[in-house]
Design a protein around this ligand. Structure first.
Ligand code: MHF
Ligand code: KIV
Ligand code: MG
Length: 271
C-alpha cells in the first residue's frame, strides 16, 4: 500500500478547514517513535501523546501518576517520528489545575522540550484561567470534556457522562466557553451521541469524539485498542482493526519453540 496523501504538515488551521469542508478528522494516540511513525505513515491528521501512556506504557491503574517529565519524554519520541500529523500532548494531572502560572509553565516546558504543536487539557469553567494563560503565550489548546479520566476519583466510574440534563447543560456551556477562550478544538469523551452532535453543530471549532457517536467532526482512539494489543480492555466505543494480542503472543511462542528445538538460528542466520 502506498502513501497517497500530500506530505504537508498539518496545522490547527488545517483541522478548522476540514470542519468547514465536512471532511472528518482522524486522530490516534502514540507514545513512542516506532508507533508514531506507523501512525503518521497511515495518514492520520493528528497524533495525541495521551496521558493514557500511564496505563498503556507504564501499567498504572489510572492516568494520575504520569509526570510532566514522562509526558515530555514520550512527546520527544513521537515528534522525532512524525512528518505530517499535528502532534498534540496531554497536560498530565496536577500540572495545570492550581493556577495559571503553573499551567503556563507546564505547557511551555512541553512546547520547548518536545517540539510538539499543541497541548490538550481536561476541564472547562474550573480551569478557564489556566487555559487563558496558556493561550496568551501563543500555545494552541485542545479542550477535553465529558469523561475526563484525570477526575476519575471524583466521578467514581468510567460510566457514560452527561446523561442527565444538568450535566449536559454544563457540558454545552463549557464547550462554548472553550471556543470563546480560543481553543482550536475539543475532545468529547463517552457522552450521548445526540449531545455530541448538537455541540458539533453549534460550535465552529472541530469536535473530536471518543465514544461520542459519529456526528462529531472527527474521532480519536488509543492506537493499542484499535490494534487489539490489550485483550482485557474492550469498551463499546473501541473497534479492533487487528488482533495483535494474538498475533504477537503467537509469534513469541513460536520463537520460544524454535529456540528450544534449536530450529533458530539456522545456518543462514549464523556466521
Ligand atoms: N487503553 C486505553 N484506552 C483508552 O481509551 C483510555 C485509556 N487507555 N486510558 C485513559 C482513558 C481511560 N478511558 C476509558 C476507560 C474506561 C472506559 C470504559 O468504558 N470502561 C468500562 C465501562 C465502565 C462502566 O460502564 O462502568 C468498559 O466497558 O470497559 C472508557 C474510557 C479512555 N482512556
Ligand atoms: C483518549 C484520549 C482522548 C486521551 O486523552 C488519552 O489517550 O490520554
Ligand atoms: Mg488523556
Amino acid at each position: 500500500m502506498s502513501i497517497h496523501f500530500e506530505l504537508k504538515k498539518i496545522t490547527t488551521e488545517t483541522l478548522k478547514k476540514m470542519k468547514v469542508s465536512g471532511e472528518k478528522i482522524s486522530m490516534l494516540t502514540a507514545y513512542d517513535y516506532s508507533m508514531a511513525k506507523l501512525a503518521d505513515e497511515g495518514g492520520l491528521e493528528a497524533i495525541l501523546v495521551g496521558d493514557s501512556a500511564a496505563n498503556v506504557m507504564a501499567g498504572y491503574e489510572s492516568t494520575l501518576p504520569i509526570t510532566l517529565d514522562h509526558m515530555i519524554y514520550h512527546a520527544q519520541s513521537v515528534v522525532r517520528a512524525v512528518k505530517r500529523a499535528l502532534v498534540i500532548v496531554d497536560l498530565p494531572f496536577g500540572t495545570y489545575q492550581s493556577d495559571p502560572i503553573q499551567a503556563y509553565n507546564s505547557a511551555v516546558r512541553i512546547m520547548k522540550e518536545s517540539g510538539a504543536s499543541a497541548i490538550k487539557i481536561e476541564g472547562g469553567e474550573e480551569i478557564k484561567d489556566s487555559i487563558k494563560s496558556i493561550l496568551n503565550s501563543g500555545i494552541p489548546v485542545m479542550g477535553h470534556l465529558g469523561l475526563t479520566p484525570q477526575s476519575i476519583n471524583k466521578f467514581g466510574s468510567f460510566k457514560l457522562r452527561a446523561k442527565e440534563l444538568d450535566e449536559a447543560e454544563k457540558l454545552i456551556s463549557d464547550a462554548k466557553l472553550l471556543e470563546k477562550l480560543g481553543c482550536f478544538s475539543i475532545v468529547l469523551e463517552k457522552i450521548p451521541s445526540d449531545l455530541a452532535e448538537k455541540i458539533s453543530r453549534e460550535l465552529s471549532i472541530p469536535i473530536i469524539g471518543i465514544g461520542a457517536g459519529n456526528e462529531t467532526d472527527g474521532q480519536v482512539l488509543v492506537i493499542h485498542d484499535l490494534l487489539g494489543m490489550n485483550k482485557d480492555f474492550k469498551p463499546k466505543f473501541v473497534r479492533k482493526y487487528l488482533n495483535l494480542h494474538e498475533e504477537i503472543t503467537e509469534a513469541v511462542s513460536q520463537y520460544v519453540k524454535d529456540v528450544k528445538s534449536k530450529n533458530f538460528p539456522n545456518k543462514e542466520e549464523s556466521f
